[in-house]
Design a protein around this ligand. Structure first.
Ligand SMILES: Nc1nc2c(ncn2[C@@H]2O[C@H](COP(=O)(O)OP(=O)(O)OP(=O)(O)O)[C@@H](O)[C@H]2O)c(=O)[nH]1
Ligand SMILES: [Mg+2]
Length: 731
């Protein structure tokens, strides 16, 4: 019999749900995710074993030149491979995620596609702020973690630890990891998902040197803890031989992944109720819970790639239910259109291969479909999955323009593609002036995007220096304010007031879902009543948009139902650009108190209703103590102790606030909150303040009121930069 090809094997395994694991790597920047992924690919015969984890030789998952240049992962990379484990064949669909926070949106989206993740921590650096963030991202999607303590070679070679000290260090890291998990996880998983050394849900090793161990594996193979030291008494081929025989990384990791991470059918039972809010008793609901290949199709796009050579659009994602076949027509619930699946692809290593059809429970890719990341594909209109929302928002912007003005149309086209490929960048194109704005997560993010537009998309562009994105909000309740339609036939009355902080928190934590409320939402009512609102107010919510709420307190106005979609449009327009400087609005509760509407729909179309709503809400806002909010970031800064003074000075000079100072060995760890507006050029400032030895990582981000003495100055700056005129501002 002819030997089964690698592709046929993947095809065969894609149908055996119990033998599939959909997983990712999650970690703080540079803790070794890609070296780890390379190791697994090499063992599956999908890349040369010799260069696995060898940075200079190039990581197999790095598809863009900038990743090799900067030696860091930017895009999440999907790979699939088959492994034999204890005589049985398994399909591992793995997503290697980036560690730099600017690319954290890719992590959020990857979590939707998978069920389990290997969290890596560097044995020497330990748990870092970003470890906490990635764990949050995983648990939010009910993705189960296992732990790999990487870079143990550093404890041996650099820190000269004894085996006892190594063991102690690992025990401490496990305790710390579990404490974190207990803090973040939902009650149901707090205990269940703790990792431990004894059962093999923790392993340790060195992805660079291709070895790993876990307790069950050591027992099975008769490897002793002290054998770890022997690795580093050997060199080159002898070392390679030794670890390959006694403790090959892939074998130990597969042991951990296959035993402790769920197959798709097991995972969907508890993941679906969290990420899909439809009726679980409906046919689709049942099929999703059972991961039924014979059920109706439900696929979520988690990543869009434009093929560098052909320019073809590929949509990678997860199939939760049904079977996707080439030629099938599917419905995109976000775009509200039908499209035809031209090809069904699966990954083999880093490449996509045409496969014809794939059943539920797999990570795969489609050609012929053009949607946005987060889109739900079903057979005909159906309940979509919950929105994929990243924990941080873009806070840095740059204006971008083509070097030759005749390239503007091309640039606009390219920007639309860029926005699709990377939903963490927000593209704003002013239709009248042709001005294009890029909003991104940080300076590096925008730099990478700009370079890719030039090198990969072939448009020569220039950009403005980066500026910070502010927010507008209000400080007190307003009296009722009126908005009139241009034809004077319609009048709307609004009140605005600050939204209670605990309600904002509920929206942030997604316990209150954003979106327009079409029919009575009892679940939302209960949540709001529990939070202290009365029943009627809770039932009057019409829209939750970007952290703001619109309530309808009117009674018995005949035409209001009909006019409501236009009123919500107008509300959302105000939220996207407030009265002070057209910056986005946060933390506001708007109440529609009364309405006088023309009987005839002709007199209350969008061109009448939109300005009417905008005028009403913006007038109310101007009477409610409007202020600018600025983005602030909490950073954990680490440097040698002798630089403590320089570090605190640096923070103070940037209007920063020190939250905590701790000493750990020879290092000082400063936790500080800094305004993003003062942080442009932060990495080089930090380097010069600490002779290149300080590092900082982002722990949190939020918006706070800009100090009073800066309100006018910054408002004027934004107005000038945007070229806004008096007539365009205020109400
Ligand atoms: N000493 C040591 N270094 C390692 C080990 N694994 C990875 N590295 C090094 O750590 C650096 C980062 O490795 P990567 O695999 O790119 O880490 P990553 O987590 O994918 O990085 P990002 O994707 O940019 O967050 C490289 O210099 C690797 O050679 C290890 O086990 N031991
Ligand atoms: Mg990487």
């Amino acid at each position: 019999m002819a030997e089964e090809s690698k592709l046929d094997r993947i095809k065969r395994l894609s149908k055996i749900q119990t033998n599939i694991r959909n997983i990712a790597t999650s970690a703080h920047i540079h803790h070794g995710k890609t070296a780890f992924t390379d190791n697994l690919l090499a063992a599956a015969g999908l890349m040369s074993e010799k260069s696995a984890g060898d940075l200079e030789a190039g990581m197999a998952t790095w598809q863009h030149a900038d990743e090799q240049e900067r030696l860091m992962t930017v895009d999440a990379a999907n790979v699939s491979m088959a492994h034999v484990y204890q005589g049985d064949d398994f399909l591992i669909n793995l997503i290697d995620t980036p560690g730099h926070v600017d690319f954290g949106g890719n992590v959020t989206r990857a979590m939707r596609a998978i069920d389990g993740t290997v969290v890596l921590i560097c044995a020497s650096e330990g748990i870092m702020p970003q470890t906490e963030t990635v764990l949050k991202q995983a648990l939010r999607e009910r993705v189960k973690p296992v732990l790999f303590i990487n870079k143990v070679d550093r404890l041996i070679k650099e820190m000269k630890y004894t085996p006892e000290q190594i063991q102690k260090r690992m025990a401490d890291l496990i305790i710390e990891f579990n404490r974190l998990l207990e803090q973040i996880a939902e009650p149901e998983f707090k205990q269940k998902w703790k990792v431990n050394f004894a059962d093999g849900s923790v392993s340790f090793g060195s992805a660079r040197d291709n070895w790993a161990l876990s307790l069950p594996y050591m027992q099975k193979k008769g490897v002793k803890f002290a054998d770890v030291l022997k690795i580093y008494e050997l060199e080159g081929e002898a070392q390679h031989q030794y670890v390959w025989e006694k403790m090959p990384l892939h074998d130990v990791i597969l042991d951990m992944v296959i035993k402790h991470l769920p197959d798709p059918a097991v995972a969907q039972k508890y993941r679906i109720p969290k990420i899909w809010k439809g009726d679980l008793e409906s046919p689709l609901g049942k099929s999703l819970i059972n991961c039924d290949p014979a059920g109706k199709v439900a696929f979520v796009i988690t990543r869009i790639l434009m093929d560098l050579k052909s320019g073809r659009e590929i949509s990678a994602g997860r199939l939760y239910s049904g079977t996707l076949k080439e030629g099938m027509t599917v419905y995109l619930n976000g775009a509200k259109q039908e499209q035809r699946v031209a090809q069904v692809l699966m990954y083999q290593g880093v490449k996509t291969e045409i496969i014809g059809e794939v059943p539920a429970g797999n990570v795969l890719a489609l050609a012929g479909i053009s949607g946005n990341a987060g889109e739900t594909l079903t057979e005909g209109p159906d309940q979509p999955f919950e929105e994929l929302k990243h924990i941080f928002e873009p806070v840095i912007s740059k204006a971008i323009e083509p070097v030759s003005p005749q390239d503007l149309t091309k640039l606009v086209e390219v920007l639309k593609k860029v926005g699709k490929e990377d939903p963490s960048v927000k593209i704003e194109i002013n239709q009248e002036t042709g001005e294009c704005l890029l909003h991104g997560m940080g300076e590096l993010h925008l730099e990478i995007i700009e370079n890719r537009i030039i090198t990969e998309k072939g448009v020569k562009v220039k950009t403005s220096p980066p500026v910070v994105v502010y927010r507008e909000s209000i400080t007190k309740a307003s009296p009722e304010a009126e908005g009139k339609s241009p034809n004077k036939h319609n009048k709307l009355y609004f009140k605005v007031e600050p939204l209670e902080p605990h309600i904002r928190e509920l929206i942030k934590k997604e316990e209150l879902s954003e979106g327009r409320v079409k029919k009575k939402d009892l679940l939302m009512r209960d949540t709001l009543v529990d939070a202290g609102w009365d029943n009627d107010t809770a039932l009057s919510v019409k829209d939750i948009y970007k952290g703001n709420i619109l309530l309808d307190a009117t009674r018995g106005i005949v035409q209001l139902m009909e006019a409501m979609p236009l009123i919500l449009d107008g509300f959302e327009q105000v939220i996207d650009g407030g009265p002070l400087a057209r910056e986005p609005v946060i933390g506001m509760k708007v109440t529609l108190t009364d309405a006088k509407l023309h009987e005839d729909t002709i007199h209350r179309g969008p061109s009448q209703m939109h300005p009417c709503v905008r005028e009403g809400i913006r007038t109310a806002m101007m009477l409610a103590g409007p202020v600018l909010f600025e983005p602030l970031q909490t950073h954990v800064i680490e440097g040698p102790q002798e630089f403590t003074g320089d570090l605190t000075k640096l923070v103070m000079n940037k209007r920063g606030q020190i939250l905590d100072i701790n000493q750990e060995g020879a290092s000082v760890i400063v936790k500080a909150k800094l305004p993003v507006g003062e942080m442009l050029g932060w990495s080089s400032d930090l380097r010069s303040a600490t002779a290149g030895r300080g590092v900082s990582s982002l722990a949190d981000q939020g918006f706070e009121r800009l100090p009073s003495e800066l309100q006018d100055k910054i408002t004027r700056q934004i107005i000038q930069r945007k070229g806004l005129t008096a007539g365009m501002l205020g109400a």
